[in-house]
Every structure is written in structure tokens, then in C-alpha cells.
Ligand binder design. Sequence first.
Ligand code: ADP
Length: 382
Amino acid sequence: MTAMAGVTFEHVSKKYAGNDVYSVNDLNLDIRDKEFLVLVGPSGCGKSTALRMIAGLEEISSGVLRIGERVVNNVPPKDRDIAMVFQSYALYPHMSVFDNMAFGLRMRKAVPAGTPPGMSREAAIKQRVEEVADSIGLRQFLTRKPRQLSGGQRQRVALGRAIVRNPQVFLMDEPLSNLDAKLRVQTRATISRLHRDLQTTMIYVTHDQVEAMTMGDRIAVMRDGILQQLDTPQNLYDHPTNMFVAGFIGSPAMNFFTAKLEQDNQELYIAGEGFRVKVPAQYRQALASSAGKEITFGLRPEDVADVRMEQNVDESSVVPVTVDVVEPMGSEIYLYLLTSGNQQFVARVDPLTQTAPGQQMQVTFDMKKMHAFDPTTQQTLL
Ligand code: ADP
């Protein structure tokens, strides 16, 4: 049996020598045993730095980092029982696939877990490498050199090399970004399956929110070295904590409208550039303190529909628009629309929708799905 472990950041910060800003700023993050945790955010947000601190490849400026119960701040990388998979694969070009996969075991002078008594170390390593090669479809490539493999096969060797070691924690830094789109989708599924089979903690860094959403048990969204939100994919999508997370997760991104929250008798309305829509009764209370103020109104593209395709349209949610651009995607159509106040936004509509650039049409906002943000702090109001 492999020992397993979570990873805990307690007020961990990192400032590189010569920089005046923190690359990771007071990070508190509790990654659970066996969890698939994705660190996501735009380039430069500090996600690789956070991962490299777990690996021991970067020193920690302040705070405490634990793997399992053990504080690892000063533990050298080779003693951390982690395996890291890099974007560049980092394979030894002169070694065969077999030798690349066996390298970590040979280096450590350890006998693979579960070796029967009496079996030589080299025989045990051979058995382990072959078993892993079988499980990820590399058996017939064991004698090849990395240059004789495709990019996808090389990436599998890099994964295999990590798996043979049975580490407590897998760390992956953008492992799919050198693969073409189709292979990326396939390898994404391979890694998810591996996680399920190995039942080991995996921490995965990516800038791609689709990878994050599809692979993560939970996702940590970072920006400028600061953790924005840690949550399940669905909660991030449905309940983003601020405008940054709301705009980062989801494609096409959430629409943001500058608007005023108007009180009219008992009702609240969102009055934007060229539209006025009613706030559903269940949100009135939560927004009451913002009545009369500016807000940023948010609505995802799939929550906009062509009125002609809808039944029981609520008049208080209808917005007249002009079609600017039509992008047919096959399974759906993206419409770039303009309100009469020239506010541009995107709708993801039924592929049977008939329209063309320049046409006037009416859309309806699904106000039960509305979001609202404080335009100054950018924090979620609703
Ligand atoms: P990400 O992985 O999210 O793209 P990184 O963790 O690589 O971000 O980098 C975070 C910040 O730290 C960036 O501003 C980057 O320029 C800086 N940084 C990364 N590595 C170094 C380094 N070795 N020396 C100085 N600054 C660095």
C-alpha cells in the first residue's frame, strides 16, 4: 500500500529575489488526501510557483507547508515522496522508454512496493515498469527512444515515470499544453482515469479553465498571487465570489453590464444601457441594500434566449437587440448582440435560431440565473 497524503499551505508566501511583489501571497489551502485539485489562473498568477514549492523546487519565503502531517519547508525534493510531470516531459533523450521509466526507482535504490521476497531489485523494477507500461498503453514502445515517439506518447512516458514510483502526491504543471487539441482531450480523460485508479492526491496546474472544470474535484482560482476562490467546479460556475472568477470560468465568458438597481413600488429593476429587466422576487431581499445604486449585472451567454424559441415569455425580461455577428458552432450559435444603448453582449442560442447580422430581434434574460456585483469592490452581491 502507498502512504497517501494531503497537502496544506498555511499562510505561505513567496517573493523571488529581486522582485518587489509576492508571486504567492499568504496562501491558505488545504488539499485533501486523494483529491484532484486544480490550480488555475492566468499566466503569472503564481500557480507554478505554488506547485514548485510543494515539489521543493522553490524555497518558501514565509508560512508553513505540509505534506500529510509533515512540515516540508526544509525537506529536500528527493525526500518529499512526490512525483512531478512537466509540460516539457523532461525525458532523457539517450535512454529508452524503459530506462526513462525505471530511472526514478534505480536512483532511489529502493525496491518497488509489493516486491515478493527473494525477487532481485532489477527484476522487481522490470515487473513494475512493465505493469505501468501496460496500464497506459506503452508496452510496445519500451525499447524506443523518446525521439521515436509522438508528443502524446512522450507525455505518457512522463506520466508512467511518475506512476512507477508510487508517490504520495502527483504534481502536474500544464502537462497537456504541448499536445494538439484532440490529443489534449484524450489525455485529459486518461489522467482523470489514472486518478480514479491510483487514488492518489493529484495537484494540477493549468491556465485552461476547461481543463480545470473537467478534471478537478475542486478548483483553486488564483490571481496576482492571491487565492480568489476554492470550490467545486459547479459552485465556482454558479456562485463565483467576485467578477474575476465569474469572468474567468465559463466560455464564452459571462456578460457584464453597467446598470442601476431601481426600486419601483415593491419591485426592483435592473436598468442598463437600452434595457430594463425585473429582479425575481427571491433575490429582492439580498439586493435591497443596493437599491438606487450602480451595480454590475452579470448574465451567462446560455441564459439569453431568442424569444421566438421560448414559451411563456415573461415580458419583464425581454430586451430588444440588434444582431452584430453570428457564429454557428454546429451544436449551438453564438450571437454577438447590441442593446439599443450599444452595450455589446454574447448569447449562446439554439442552433435552429434564424437570424443574420444587422437584424433586429428580441431576447429574453433568464433572470433566475442573474448575477450582481459591486462595481467598486467587484465582489459578488448575489
Ligand atoms: P504562473 O504559473 O501562474 O504562470 P508563475 O508562478 O510562474 O506564474 O509566476 C508568478 C510570478 O512570479 C510572475 O510574475 C513571474 O514573473 C514571477 N516569477 C516566476 N519565477 C520567477 C523567478 N525564478 N524569478 C523571479 N520571478 C519569477
